[in-house]
Design a protein around this ligand. Structure first.
Ligand code: SF4
Length: 342
């Protein structure tokens, strides 16, 4: 019989587990501490539970901790890990060291159903949502776990399309009984699913990053089909109507495609639509993917675009390209691995 996984359960869910196996309710806090503070990999290690209790627990539950199935290191210190999930699928997790910061980039789905035209993960189609334990296992099981300073939900999949599990993982990361991380070190990225953005903003204090890529509706829709059902105007209205507060940061991710979305008219329109929103634009150089109609800009073009935005009063920075030698575009490595395993 397949055993249920404990890792990724909230304290409330662990209380249901302890009740189901006849343990006192305080045992849920003990189990949470073993899972999230003491990095236990098996129920045998939970030595403040009686031997009998551990035995009962082990009959029905396992921790569910799994190591990465492979690791690829880039020349700049970036690493990409593959984790096996949902049977025989692979997801990517990136570790990105940058001076005093060490960031892990988490995946939330196998594949994705958002269909962004520039994205390799989109080409995999949608294979399934990751459970909160699968999301957190990426953070917990990479060798650099103890040195991490920042977490971004910017890997494979759309976080707000798997909101329930993402919120559970954030609760575990930020609760005193969990990992006790500050929400100010966690950023969740979204294409802007308007109905779920409100819930996200009201449920957590973590940062928000919105994938923008163009200020023009038709152009954005050609790149991101989601624009049709979730127009960027509505996304910006939601941001404006929420008290984002001083602690929470809103940023816009803007992949720059050579000669397409980096013209003076884009600068003017970005300044117009973002007027009044305290934010930053992160400019990301497009990483070429097989069969793509889009081209990568040079550094000079990126700098010109950044300077034009800054001159219009929009704080824009260029995100350094990392891991270019290890298939930087998210979805490339897992696609290769899946093809090998078919
Ligand atoms: S860019 Fe993100 S949201 Fe768009 S298809 Fe790729 S993984 Fe999904």
């Amino acid at each position: 019989m397949e055993r249920e996984k404990l890792f990724g359960k909230t304290l409330t869910e662990l209380s249901i587990v302890t009740a189901a196996v006849g343990l006192p309710s305080y045992a849920s806090k003990q189990i949470a501490a073993w899972l999230y503070k003491k990095d236990a990999t098996s129920t045998d290690e939970m030595t403040d539970l009686s031997l009998k209790a551990r035995g009962i627990l082990a009959e029905r539950y396992e921790t569910g901790i799994t190591p990465p199935s492979s690791e690829t290191a880039g020349g700049d210190g970036t690493k990409k890990y593959l984790f096996r999930v949902l049977g025989n699928r692979f997801i990517e997790t990136a570790f990105i060291p940058d001076r005093e910061r060490s960031t892990v980039c988490l995946s939330v789905q196998s594949g994705c159903r958002m269909g962004c035209r520039f994205c390799m993960t989109a080409k995999q189609g949608f294979q399934g949502n990751l459970a909160s334990g699968d999301i957190l296992n990426q953070f917990r099981s990479i060798p650099e776990h103890q040195s991490l300073t920042n977490i971004v939900y910017m890997g494979m999949g759309e976080p707000l399309d798997n909101l329930e599990e993402v919120l559970k993982s954030l609760e575990i990361l930020t609760s005193p009984w969990g990992y006790g991380w500050s929400p100010s070190r966690i950023t969740v990225s979204t294409v802007g699913l308007t109905d779920r953005m409100k819930e996200y903003l009201e449920s957590t204090r973590c940062h928000l990053a919105v994938s923008l890529h163009s200020p023009f509706d038709a152009e954005r829709q050609a790149m991101m089909p989601v624009q049709k059902a979730h127009p960027v105007k509505e996304v910006l209205d939601i941001i404006r109507s929420h008290d984002i507060g001083r602690q929470r940061r809103v940023s816009f991710e803007y992949i720059v495609f050579k000669g397409l979305n980096d013209t003076p008219s884009h600068v003017r329109e970005l300044a117009r639509i973002l007027n009044g929103i305290r934010c930053r634009i992160n400019l990301i150089r497009f990483h070429a993917i097989p069969g793509s109609e889009y081209a990568s800009p040079g550094l000079k073009e990126m700098e010109q675009f950044r300077d034009s935005l800054n001159a219009k009063g929009i704080l824009a920075t260029i995100r350094a390209s990392r891991g270019e030698d290890i298939s930087a575009a998210c979805g490339l490595l897992s696609t290769l691995e899946q093809n090998k395993n078919q």
